[in-house]
Design a protein around this ligand. Structure first.
Ligand code: ADE
Ligand code: ZN
Length: 360
């Protein structure tokens, strides 16, 4: 018989070590948002791209955002240094090295092809570079990676349909599609046809909704786009009926705490609604969104959230890690193996809490 994990025996002091070592999945990272300023400058020099900033420090100093759009303007400018297959590889490889250190066992990377094709970069260049990094991450780091192609919602549905057609020769290299960029005034309904087509193609479907947009956008993403996960979704907290539906359907919400603070979606981490969403039975996961811009990768998001939320303890940490593994699009065999490793860690922590120290 499988014994229950006695979470109450795990002291708060054990959380940093547990958090660092627990197997986790990253389900919401825009790979272009992992471009650190140092890599932006290195790629700009390699490719002869002029940047409107004199130094790494000047670029970092510009990372003071007031809302989503103020961030997106800088984020798209940063991506302008990506031209060649090797650039996309280097960006994704740098991310995978950090993910491995965070004990991320599986990462589903969003990428924005239209940001690159609009500058004359072939979609194959983007996908082949990222895909090669995924193959190497599995072989050299033991991290499994998968790609999710995102449509930019500030552009038209025709543009999204054309992008899908361009990507189809590389269908084997991506597992699904998403919807990102400026949410306000760009409801999910605008993309109903392209998402229906993606469904016919057997692609997984996810969408950003309820980050800055209203709860009705979350409902549209569910009803019209037939998504399997909601990215962000924190504004669900404003609608009790929607909260009940999300809990009933065990619809995963890929929440990004540091992002929400940096983009002024919430005032600070102490006021973040994640604990309420979790307590209401929603399948919440913690993710990093655009870690190079928002101050941290997955473990940093978890650590800062737990530091700010005294009611989040070992039970919540276990639930978040488990949700991330089970909400992934990895095979059920992989999920079961990771959950079993997670269970072992928490069971050992409950049996010998004093043995735990913080370490990577
Ligand atoms: N693209 C990159 N980060 C994003 C975010 N947080 N919301 C919407 N689109 C994005
Ligand atoms: Zn995002």
């Amino acid at each position: 018989m499988i014994t229950e994990i006695d979470f109450d025996r795990i002291p708060r002091s054990a959380l940093p070590g547990l958090l660092a070592r627990a197997p986790k999945a990253e389900l919401h990272i825009h790979i272009e948002g992992s471009l650190e300023p140092e890599l932006i400058f290195a790629l700009a020099a390699r490719n002869g791209v002029a940047l409107p900033y004199d130094s790494v420090e000047a670029l970092r100093a510009a990372y003071a955002f007031t809302d989503l759009q103020s961030f997106l303007d800088i984020y798209y400018a940063g991506a302008s240094v990506l031209l060649h297959e090797q650039d996309f590889y280097d960006m994704a490889w740098a991310y995978f090295e950090k993910a491995a250190r965070d004990h991320v066992v599986h990462a589903e990377l969003f990428f924005d092809p239209q940001t690159h094709t609009a500058r004359g970069v072939a979609i194959g260049t983007v996908i082949e570079g990222l895909s090669r990094a995924c193959v190497d991450a599995q072989a050299r780091l033991g991290v499994s990676g998968a790609l999710i192609l995102c449509f930019l919602r500030h552009l038209s549905e025709e543009d999204a349909l054309a992008t899908l057609d361009e990507a189809l020769p590389y269908r084997a290299h991506f597992i699904g599609v998403g919807l990102d960029s400026s949410e306000r005034d760009h409801p999910p309904s605008k993309f109903a046809r392209v998402f229906a087509r993606c469904g016919e193609l057997g692609l997984h479907r996810v969408a950003h909704a309820g980050e800055e947009g209203p709860p009705a956008y979350i409902e549209e993403a569910l009803d019209l786009l037939k998504v399997e996960r909601i990215d962000h979704g924190v504004r669900a907290i404003e609608s009790p009926a929607l909260m009940q539906r999300l809990a009933r359907e065990r619809m995963p919400l890929t929440v990004c705490p540091l992002s929400n603070v940096k983009l002024c979606v919430v005032a600070n981490l102490a006021e973040h609604p994640l604990p309420q969403l979790l307590a209401a039975g929603l399948a919440v996961t913690v993710n990093s969104d655009d870690p190079a811009y928002f101050g941290g990768y997955l473990n940093q998001n978890l650590q800062e959230l737990f530091d700010a939320q005294p009611n989040c303890g070992a039970r919540e940490l276990y639930q978040l890690a488990r949700n991330s593994l089970e909400a992934s699009f990895a095979s059920s065999q992989c999920q079961a193996a990771w959950v079993s490793a997670l269970d072992t860690q928490f069971r050992q922590a409950a049996a010998a809490p004093a043995a735990l120290t913080r370490s990577d």
